[in-house]
Design a protein around this ligand. Sequence first.
Ligand SMILES: *[C@@H]1O[C@H](CO)[C@@H](O)[C@H](O)[C@H]1NC(C)=O
Ligand SMILES: *[C@@H]1O[C@H](CO)[C@@H](O)[C@H](O)[C@H]1NC(C)=O
Ligand SMILES: *[C@@H]1O[C@H](CO)[C@@H](O)[C@H](O)[C@H]1NC(C)=O
Ligand SMILES: *[C@@H]1O[C@H](CO)[C@@H](O)[C@H](O)[C@H]1NC(C)=O
Ligand SMILES: *[C@@H]1O[C@H](CO)[C@@H](O)[C@H](O)[C@H]1NC(C)=O
Ligand SMILES: *[C@@H]1O[C@H](CO)[C@@H](O)[C@H](O)[C@H]1NC(C)=O
Ligand SMILES: *[C@@H]1O[C@H](CO)[C@@H](O)[C@H](O)[C@H]1NC(C)=O
Ligand SMILES: *[C@@H]1O[C@H](CO)[C@@H](O)[C@H](O)[C@H]1NC(C)=O
Length: 419
Amino acid sequence: MGLLSSSYSSSFTTFALFLFLVQLSCFFNNLNAKHSVANSHNRRGHHHHHNTQNPPLNPRLDRAFLALQAWKSVIYSDPKNFTANWVGPRVCNYTGVYCAPSQDDPKVTVVAGIDLNHGDIAGFLPAELGLLSDLALLHLNSNRFCGILPRTLSNLSLLHELDLSNNRFVGPFPTVVLSLPSLRYLDIRFNEFEGSLPVDLFNKTFDAIFLNNNRLSSSIPRSFGRISASVLVFANNKFGGCLPESIVNLAETLEELVMINTSLQGCLPQQVGFLYKLRVFDVSFNKIVGPIPYSLAGLSHLEQLNLAHNMMTGIVPMGVCELPNLANFTFSYNFFCEEEGICRNLTSKRTVFDDRRNCLPEKPLQRSKKECNAVNQNPVDCIKLCCTTEGGFGNNATSSSSMPTMPISAPPFIAPSHP
Ligand SMILES: *[C@@H]1O[C@H](CO)[C@@H](O)[C@H](O)[C@H]1NC(C)=O
Ligand SMILES: *[C@@H]1O[C@H](CO)[C@@H](O)[C@H](O)[C@H]1NC(C)=O
Ligand SMILES: *[C@@H]1O[C@H](CO)[C@@H](O)[C@H](O)[C@H]1NC(C)=O
Ligand SMILES: *[C@@H]1O[C@H](CO)[C@@H](O)[C@H](O)[C@H]1NC(C)=O
Ligand SMILES: *[C@@H]1O[C@H](CO)[C@@H](O)[C@H](O)[C@H]1NC(C)=O
Ligand SMILES: *[C@@H]1O[C@H](CO)[C@@H](O)[C@H](O)[C@H]1NC(C)=O
Ligand SMILES: *[C@@H]1O[C@H](CO)[C@@H](O)[C@H](O)[C@H]1NC(C)=O
Ligand SMILES: *[C@@H]1O[C@H](CO)[C@@H](O)[C@H](O)[C@H]1NC(C)=O
């Protein structure tokens, strides 16, 4: 399915996990020797030089043991037996639990990662998880964890990656994640989080945030652009409002912005064109009106541009069609009435395109004259719409006027392009 689906997550997080494990490789080299050590555990005298290889228990591993046992006691279904060997104090040997030398004292082994991806485990997250204060990675993608996140997670001050995607978490946006100073990768997609996004979220620095397919609603604050991230995927939520001009503040970081089906309104701000690192820009299935900002012609890294299923009008500008890296330009289901220059024959440039259901006089599969006239008689004044002056979501957005309703089919999903 692509960027929105869990396959992207697994490859992204597997990649991250891979990097992480490379860092831990010293430790894992030691693990290879473990088998010979395990049997010799009770014969210390004979194998003294091996004892450092079998991580000695220490207070941090003891706390991890308490945490993991508390967790196991609130796991009600584990069809793949991931936690079957979560027995006894040797937590480093548990399935899905990864130990490493601690950051502050390399001689001390700690639980640094937990990866239960695709475990299909049902249960919840107990408060005792706060005891795992050495955790850098927590990957719980594709399980049946439910309920809310415990406040005690704020104790995980080293947590770098949190992947809770495709579970059954509910309640308001889990603000506890905002108290994690090291968090750079946040993936909560495909859960049932609801309500508004906390303002503080937009004040943080991340590498990637995936919020898609939740029940998040209300507006994204004007300070949108204070967030720092290279990948933002907000699709399939009900945010509403306009894409704020403050998005320009993301210029130094943003590479992928995916806001499919997020009830966006108003015109696209010119500022999108200053996001010069952008490779993926997808605002399909919204209620965006007005023209394609000519500034998009400045996005020289842009590979995927999807404007489909909006109510955009005007010219498809040559500068955009000429973008050197544009591989796929989808602008079907809008009201564009003219294509400039090379836009008329994107095939000749080997750009995949979809221009169906517009008002393009010389192209097949266009809208009827009646539909097109209804829109052309109501020209859009972007200045009067919500975000051109204030740059904020949830301002005075126009409700859909006399526009014909769009046929909504299955949303197109873009192929992931990995960092
Ligand atoms: C770790 O688990 C393996 C099997 O999963 C077992 O053979 C080995 O004895 C265990 N080692 C320790 C130290 O418990
Ligand atoms: C899990 O363990 C149970 C009982 O030990 C066993 O019946 C079942 O086949 C195991 N499932 C898997 C997927 O290994
Ligand atoms: C937080 O972590 C510390 C160790 O770093 C531990 O002593 C404390 O009990 C933890 N707090 C909670 C609420 O788990
Ligand atoms: C956001 O960051 C700015 C500057 O870094 C700070 O002044 C402001 O108080 C922060 N706002 C919140 C809600 O944390
Ligand atoms: C848009 O998102 C809503 C949930 O916010 C969902 O019910 C609907 O099916 C989505 N529409 C498309 C076209 O994906
Ligand atoms: C588009 O360009 C290709 C090759 O450059 C050419 O073969 C084709 O006839 C052109 N199509 C149209 C509709 O002009
Ligand atoms: C929205 O605009 C209408 C008229 O254009 C005005 O009456 C109303 O007060 C505005 N609402 C807000 C929240 O600014
Ligand atoms: C082009 O992008 C659209 C929209 O994201 C997608 O549906 C389509 O499959 C893509 N085409 C190719 C060939 O990648």
